[in-house]
Design a binder for this molecule. Structure first.
Ligand code: ZN
Length: 215
């Protein structure tokens, strides 16, 4: 479903009849209270899908408790003996839950998604151009260090330093979102995205090492 529809709340309010017994249900109801049959998933953002408030500093325990709880009651395995429609609906629920969990459990994707929900997508009107001097300087310096790294130990040290930087940036992002400072959150998330990219490149280099890393 499209994020626009979710944000406008167009389909998230009101009632709809149960597809099987026609009992009036909240559009959010996953099951019919009258006949017990599974209903189509509602158009909800990833946070609401998991009954969570939209926030960046999301406790992992809360996220996992909601996800695994919902996944248990809506999992296709539970509908093996049911009609093909019910099987299809449970699969739709499971897919939507997986997508929500996948986005929300990763800080970078969670932050990007939160900015989208607030109407300030990272790759929006700016076209993704970078006018952050500090980031450009840092990124270039790290890229040079990676290119110059003489062996695996140096690459691993670079990864460790990038991970420490990322942890510090994460704490800053939490503060920015807590203060609704979306401009800072966007700038910091762009930095985090670059660090993640660089770390992935460095890891790939270590993984493909042996002859790849020259002494
Ligand atoms: Zn029903």
């Amino acid at each position: 479903m499209s994020l626009d529809r979710v944000i406008s709340g167009e389909t998230a309010a009101g009632q709809r009849p149960c597809w099987s017994c026609q009992a009036p249900l909240s559009v959010r109801a996953a099951f019919c209270h009258a006949c017990g049959r599974i209903q189509p998933p509602a158009a909800l953002d990833h946070f609401r899908r998991l009954n969570l408030a939209p926030r960046f500093d999301l406790p992992t325990a809360d996220l996992e408790q909601q996800y695994f709880g919902l996944q248990r009651s809506l999992h296709p395995d539970r509908f093996a003996g049911k009609s093909s429609r019910e099987k299809a609906l449970s699969l739709q629920h499971a897919t939507a839950l997986n997508e929500a969990y996948d986005v929300l459990r990763q800080p970078l994707r969670r932050g990007e998604y939160l900015l989208e929900l607030r109407g300030r997508p990272l790759n929006g009107a700016d076209g993704g151009t970078i006018d952050d001097e500090e980031l450009l300087t840092q990124a270039m310096a790290m890229r040079e260090r990676l290119a110059d790294a003489a062996g695996e130990a140096e690459v691993l040290a670079l990864i460790a330093s990038a991970e420490a930087d990322a942890a510090a940036i994460l704490a800053e992002i939490e503060g920015a979102f807590a203060q609704e400072d979306l401009a800072s959150a966007a700038r910091l998330l762009t930095r985090l995205r670059y660090l993640a990219k660089l770390t992935a490149e460095a890891r790939a280099r270590v993984a493909g090492a042996g002859s790849g890393v020259q002494a």
